[in-house]
Every structure is written in C-alpha cells, then in structure tokens.
Design a protein around this ligand. Structure first.
Ligand code: PBG
Length: 332
C-alpha cells in the first residue's frame, strides 16, 4: 500500500495546540519559577576565602565576607531561599563546631537574616562536615551509633534555631531524628519552626562532588548502614511516612534525576510538600557535558528542573539556582 492510498486523516491532531509559542504556553502543565528554588551554599571560617570546587564549576566555599557579597547579589536577582552547609576550620570526633553559636553556619544564618531578611534560610543538620571521621553521627568501634547521634543533631538544630534559621533540614538519616529534633525545638519555644526532612536519602555516588566541596568523605567505610539502598522504592515510602509521623513539614527525595519515580510516588501517596535535591553529581554532569560542547547547558538544566516539577516536587534544591533565576527571567 502506497502512502497516497491512505485516505483517512488522523482524527486526533495533538499538534493543533503546539503550533505557536502562545498556544503551547496556554496548555503547559508545569513551570519552574523563582519561588520553587533553593540554593545550596557552602560557608567556611576565615576571611576573604573563595575556594572554587573543581568538580562543580561556579560553586565555591565562601568565608562570611564573601558570602555577604554573594547573598546581596543573589537577593537582587530574586533569590528566595538558601540552604546552608558549613565547613569548619577544625573537625573533631563529635563535630563540636556544628553546634558552636559562633560557628560559620550560625554566623551565616544571622548575617542573612540581617542583610536580606526576606530570604528563607534553610539549615542542613548533619555532622559529616564537622567530624574528623566524616560520618553523619557518633562513631564507636567503627560503627555509627544511632541513638547517641540524636542529641548531637538536636543540639545542632537548636543552635540553628537560635541563630534565626527559617527551616531546619536534618539529613543524617538516623532513625528518629525528626522526632528528636521536633521535641528539642518544641521544648525551647520553637514550636513554629518547620522541619524539612531528608526522608528518602539514598546512598549515592552522585554525592561525589559535594564531598569535595564539604570535605566530608567518610574516612572509613561508607554511608550504606544509614542512607538508603538505591534499589528500594517501597522502602522510601516507609521512610517518608515515618518522618511525617514524627512531625516533618516537608519531605525530601535525594538525589533527584535518577529517583524521579520516588518523587512521583511520594507526591501521589502523601500530601506534605515534596522537596527534591538536584545533587552535586547531577550538576557536575550537566556542566561537564556542556563545557565539552555535547549539550546546551541552559536548556538541559531547565528541562531537568521542569522534570522535578512534573514528577510532583514543589521545592527544588539546585546548584543551578543563580543561573536559573536569570534563565526564568529571559523566558518569561
Ligand atoms: C550530608 C549531605 C550530603 C549531601 C547533602 N547533605 C552528602 C552525603 O551524604 O555524603 C549531598 C548533596 C549533594 O551531593 O549535592 N549528609
């Protein structure tokens, strides 16, 4: 049968609504805007330090004076929210710098609330950047102890609350951490401070570049005894359920791109807002491929951010945030 002999035209013409940019925009189901985005930043002790992370072009560890310049610039660009990580000058077995009221994160929180109070400050609560062994809790006989780590994490959360954080984000993957932190916050008068729980956090090689940035590579073993097995989707729902029961206000799936099925499932099963972390390795891959001329950075990055929204996330933590703020503006 030749092409000419087919007489019946298709009755479903999906292309009708694709013929112009305006028609396409009228039927567009999802979009990315500035208020969806949270920018992860690394602050460190010292003065006048701006240490570029070689595996994450455009990202640097910043001392507070440099952080101040950066945050003012980003506020001008319309940044809505920042997620803070600290890299202290001195690390020890218990990560004491993590709950020092004059630690770099605590100072960065106070500074942000002073110079750009409209920016929502989310603070990461985990001790791996502060411990000399690089694990996310108390270590004894080469084991990461669960219950002994809870008071450490609660103290850290409390010190962030006292510094003025707007959202507390526990990421250590210790069982019961959300309940412990909720209790500590409530007992100190911070019952209105929200918790964004890293609920379904997988043990992932996509965190590689972050560990260069945060100097937090575990000195022995790995994180597989506390972070989730990449093979498990149903277990992720159990983690999320438990965190919601313990008082999480926002639940997170991390990493993002290779885990969109988890984001989708979680958004269908739970009614709490879902956050997704577009992690360091995902950022580095796009950067490296774009630098090699293999892909177009802007359109690939924006396509990824859109995919998170389509999968059901309401918040996206991404290193692309500063660029995305400009890109959103351009395509508006
Ligand atoms: C700390 C933490 C990690 C990330 C966020 N918080 C690293 C890890 O678990 O080793 C990774 C973020 C990224 O890769 O961008 N627990």
């Amino acid at each position: 049968m030749s092409i000419e002999s087919i007489k019946i035209p298709p009755h479903a013409r999906m292309r009708r609504m694709r013929s112009t940019p305006t028609l396409r925009s009228l039927v567009r189901e999802n979009s990315v805007c500035a208020s969806d985005l949270i920018y992860p930043m690394f602050v460190c002790d010292g003065l006048n330090r701006r240490e570029e992370i070689s595996s994450m072009p455009g990202i640097a560890r910043l001392s507070l004076d440099q952080y101040e310049i950066e945050i003012l610039k980003l506020a001008q660009k319309g940044l809505k929210s920042v997620l803070l990580f600290g890299i202290p000058a001195h690390k020890d077995a218990l990560g004491s710098a993590a709950f020092d009221e004059n630690g770099c994160v605590q100072r960065a929180i106070r500074m942000t609330k002073e110079i750009a109070p409209e920016i929502v400050v989310v603070s990461d609560v985990c001790v791996c950047e502060f411990t000399d062994h690089g694990h996310c809790g108390v270590v004894e006989n080469a084991k990461v102890l669960n219950d002994a780590s809870l008071s450490l994490l609660s103290n850290m959360a409390l010190s962030h609350a006292e510094a003025g954080a707007d959202i507390i984000a526990p990421s250590a993957m210790m069982d019961g951490q959300v309940a412990a932190i909720r209790h500590a916050l409530d007992s100190s008068g911070y019952e209105s401070l929200p918790i964004m729980a890293y609920s379904a956090k997988f043990s992932s090689s996509f965190y590689g570049p972050f560990r260069e940035a945060a100097q937090s590579t575990p000195q022995f073993g790995d994180r597989k005894t506390y972070q989730m097995d990449a093979a498990n989707g149903r277990e992720a729902m159990e983690e999320i359920k438990l965190d919601i029961e313990q008082g999480a206000d926002i639940v997170m799936v991390k990493p993002g791109l290779a885990y969109l099925d988890i984001v989708k499932k979680a958004s269908e099963l739970f009614s709490k807002p879902i956050a997704v972390y577009n992690v360091s390795g995902e950022y580095s891959m796009v950067k490296a491929a774009a630098a090699a001329g293999f892909i177009d950075e802007k359109s690939v990055a924006m396509e990824c951010l859109l995919a998170f929204k389509r999968a059901g996330a309401s918040l996206i933590i991404s290193y692309f945030t500063p660029q995305a703020l400009e890109w959103i503006e351009e395509t508006d």
